[in-house]
Design a protein around this ligand. Structure first.
Ligand SMILES: [Zn+2]
Length: 477
């Protein structure tokens, strides 16, 4: 009896020590992002000001409003005019500079709070997180309570998949009743959107759509291969993800332009779904194949260490093993990327609404920085600079009603803005390294933004990230 008691005591102590260690790790990690706390960003305190002499790119029409004044009060745009007579507010002289809406990345995966600073530093003032976990609900709460400086944050719940096992990170639904219960539970817990994923069967998918409609939750679809591609053109599905899925599913891994035309025709008929191509994450396969040292690159130092250690490394090794077996893979991947550009061009001609999404946080796709790459691809596909900029501003805000207070510079909109030295309608690279980013009217200058990058570089939070991931596996199953 005594032995049993002793063993029991020992186990209790071990569990206790483990729990305390986990709590310490999480606490230390949270402390390490204190630099984003609103109270530690005193210079950003003032969210009322008057910007003068500025060239405004409003993005609700293809124009530049030359030499204007913009009055922001308590984080909201109050007035845009040639002359605004207001006393007692901070004046920001923006002579020869351009003001655009902050950028919106509609497909990201956030792993820690340092990434929020990286998005801001790159002019991204809102993100749509497409793989929701309990940590994202806590993050959202802190952001909405205005405790931390961050892009505005929207998140789906965990990915909904069908009965077939396709990875422990997916929530496997086995029947329609379970599907409905999940939608109800995600709504109650505060997730913004439903994400449907690979492998959802029609009966389960129908149940998700039905319940999401009742609960007024938009669906974001990574297309399921268990239903026809055209199934996804449902009014409840507000956005369809990934150009590569068009090739993998309706085109059945070919680059068949006739089959593509059928897909384009389906898109053309349905005006309620936006399309998020995520070209960067696919092109990064090619980048991994041609750069043997990509894992040691400067850019990868901005990646979450857990993802770098697990996902970036696994993807790199997988593609390099493939290349050793068959070197033609390099050409095949490049060819498919080029075909994606062709798809974008055709979809654009057919009037499809694009929303800029990078899939940052996966593989070697870096948070924040990747958005400029993604925009450059749309340009390469044939969109005008104005059309490209729409994908990361007004198109995003029109996709979901909960996002429509952003995306343009108009009276009544939230002052999520970026101030830049050159005209992005002449050259999109002007959007990189903004001199000032305004988030809900809080002003972040270049020096502050650079310091966010510095803090995020080579961060050391692998264990804390792993704990949060494990928490997700335990709670969401
Ligand atoms: Zn993704």
């Amino acid at each position: 009896m005594k032995i049993v008691k002793r063993i029991f005591k020992f186990i209790v102590i071990i569990i206790g020590v483990l729990l305390i260690s986990i709590a310490i790790v999480i606490l230390v990690d949270k402390q390490s992002t204190n630099y984003l706390k609103v109270r530690n960003n005193k210079s950003a305190d003032n969210n009322s000001f008057l910007i003068t002499n500025v060239n405004v790119i409003p993005m609700n029409q293809d124009t530049i409003l030359v030499d204007k004044m913009v009055y922001v009060k308590a984080g909201i745009i109050q007035n845009i005019a040639d002359n605004i007579d207001i006393k007692g507010v901070e004046i920001i002289d923006a002579k020869n500079k351009y003001l655009t809406p902050g950028l919106i990345d509609m497909h990201v995966h956030i792993w820690d709070r340092h990434e929020l600073g990286l998005y801001l530093s790159n002019g991204v003032t809102a993100v749509r997180n497409l793989w929701g976990m309990p940590m994202h609900l806590r993050l959202k709460e802190d952001i909405n309570n205005d405790e931390i400086i961050s892009p505005m944050f929207f998140t789906t719940g965990p990915k909904l998949t069908g009965p077939e096992f396709i990875g422990d990170d997916n929530l496997q639904l086995t029947n329609p009743t379970e599907a409905k219960e999940k939608v109800i539970s995600y709504k109650k817990r505060g997730y913004d959107f439903i994400k449907t994923y690979y492998g959802l069967t029609e009966d389960i998918f129908d149940a998700v759509v039905e319940q999401a409609k009742i609960y007024n939750m938009d669906i974001i679809a990574h297309p399921s291969q268990k239903v026809p591609y055209s199934y996804h053109f449902n009014p409840q599905i507000k956005s369809i993800e990934h150009a590569e899925e068009i090739i993998q599913q309706p085109l059945n891994y070919t680059l068949d332009t006739l089959k593509l035309q059928e897909v384009i025709n389906d898109f053309e008929k349905s005006k309620h779904s936006s399309f998020s191509p995520t070209l960067t994450v696919y092109n990064n396969i090619y980048q991994m194949l041609i750069d043997d040292n990509i894992l040691e690159s400067e850019q990868l130092k901005f990646m979450n260490p857990l993802i770098k250690k697990v996902d970036s490394k696994a993807q790199f090794e997988r593609w390099h093993t493939t290349k050793l077996r068959d070197s033609s893979i390099v050409k095949t991947i490049k060819k498919q990327h080029d075909f994606h550009l062709k798809i974008i061009k055709k979809l654009h001609k057919a009037g499809v609404t694009f929303i800029c999404g990078t899939d940052a946080g996966i593989g070697v796709t870096i948070p924040g920085f990747s958005i400029h790459q993604e925009l450059a691809f749309y340009k390469e596909a044939g969109l005008s600079n104005y059309e490209v900029l729409k994908t990361a501003t007004i198109n995003a805000s029109k996709t979901h009603s909960i996002m429509n207070k952003m995306g343009t510079i108009e009276v009544g909109k939230i002052a999520n803005l970026i101030l830049i030295d050159n005209n992005p309608l002449s050259d999109l690279s002007a959007l990189q390294n903004p001199t000032t980013v305004f988030i809900k009217g809080r002003k972040l200058n270049r020096k502050t933004l650079d310091s966010y990058e510095k803090q995020a570089k080579n961060r050391n939070n692998l264990i804390a990230s792993a704990v949060r991931y494990l928490e997700n596996l335990i709670i969401e199953k």
